[in-house]
Design a protein around this ligand. Structure first.
Ligand code: FA5
Length: 340
């Protein structure tokens, strides 16, 4: 029996020497110290041993068992240390390496234009107003002298939601809202930038685009005020050398009405595919507020007059940043947007 125990001890110690991972160590522990191990069997077999031999064999088996337990524990600690060292080595941080760059968003060109326009007009005493994008037919058309069935409604291809509601086709709806909220209480000088929607889509037209409406109502406002204001706007926002061209036009809510063009930024006015060989790009509509609109919105046209204009802000962003196609502004391509 003694030899048997010695053999078990020798075998176990040799196997223990070779162990390099925790799983094999665990298997070894079960093999030599587990309930079904040879050492446990020796203790279980004690009944078959001569009575006087029993204490010696018992104490020898226990001694070996304790020793093996101790050695396995030591091995366990040794393996844990190795594992920890390996982990630390792997997770080592090199503080001298350059950090990962955090990508920062940039301001969208149309938002930059909105901010510049707001700053300019606020500096001239204007307020900044807003209105709903889901607008009623009444504010978008009727109060602007465009009753149901008026042929000029065809000028704007609208997205109707119901018979009454539509996505506003023009920020001019905010003209009516501002006048009705004010009703001769004080003169109006307001600017309203906002999203507008029409069923159009090409290099210079988008189905969703941004307009900024301007409205001034007071006593003795004349066309000279409108022209002077737009000239300041062109010089300050578009560029010192930009030229404006007023073309007589028609809007039901202004009389007289104009479409205002700016000399083409791409060809400088020579004519190219962007300006359709004309040298000019239309950026806004404007005119003197129609007496019918003044009356419907609570102003006496005998006492008050005013001017209004509606700018297309994508086209202004195109001028300022040399963007050849309006669709780039809405493609959400980070390579394009990060240039601004
Ligand atoms: C109007 O929308 C009038 N409400 C402007 C106005 C206001 C006239 C006040 C008189 C008094 P118009 O449809 O021309 O007008 O549009 C004005 C500007 O919006 C255009 O000059 C153009 O720069 C821009 N615009 C119009 N449609 C689009 C579109 N689909 N995509 C991008 N810009 C557009």
């Amino acid at each position: 029996m003694k030899e048997k125990i010695a053999k078990i001890e020798k075998e176990a110690k040799e196997a223990l020497e070779k162990i390099v991972d925790k799983q094999t160590l665990n298997e070894l522990k079960i093999k030599y110290l587990g309930k079904k191990s040879e050492l446990t069997n020796v203790l279980k077999d004690m009944a078959n041993i001569a009575k006087e031999e029993r204490p010696k064999i018992g104490s020898l088996a226990n001694k070996v068992r304790n020793e093996l337990e101790e050695k396995i524990k030591e091995k366990e600690q040794e393996l844990e240390k190795i594992e920890l060292a390996r982990k630390i080595e792997k997770e080592k941080i090199d503080v001298t390496l350059p950090g990962t760059k955090v990508k920062k968003g940039t301001k969208h060109p149309v938002n930059s234009v909105i901010e510049e326009i707001e700053d300019l007009f606020v500096s001239m005493g204007y307020t900044v107003e807003s209105g709903p994008e889901l607008e009623t037919d009444r504010f978008c058309f009727e109060l602007l002298n465009l009753p149901q069935g008026h042929p000029a409604r065809d000028m704007q291809d609208s997205f109707y939601i119901t018979d009454e509601y539509l996505l506003r086709t023009q920020t001019s709806a905010v003209q009516a809202r501002t006048m009705l909220a004010n009703k001769e209480k004080s003169p109006i000088r307001m600017i309203c930038p906002g999203k507008t929607y029409r069923r159009e889509d090409d290099a210079t037209h988008s189905h969703q685009f941004t307009q900024a409406e301007g409205l001034v109502i007071d006593k003795n406002i004349s066309f000279a005020d409108l022209k002077g204001t737009l000239e300041i706007f062109a010089k300050e926002i578009i560029g010192k050398n930009s030229k404006l061209r007023f073309r007589p036009s028609y809007f039901p809510f202004t009389e007289p009405s104009y479409e205002v063009d700016v000399s083409c930024f791409k060809c400088g006015g020579k004519g190219c595919n962007l300006c359709k060989k004309t040298g000019w790009i239309e950026v806004l509509g404007a005119g003197m507020v129609h007496p019918n609109v003044l009356t419907m919105c609570g102003y006496d046209p005998e006492k008050y007059s005013g001017f209004a204009f509606g700018l297309g802000l994508e086209r202004i962003a195109m001028f300022k940043y040399n963007i050849p196609d309006m669709r780039y502004l809405y493609a959400n391509d980070v390579r394009f947007l990060s240039q601004f």
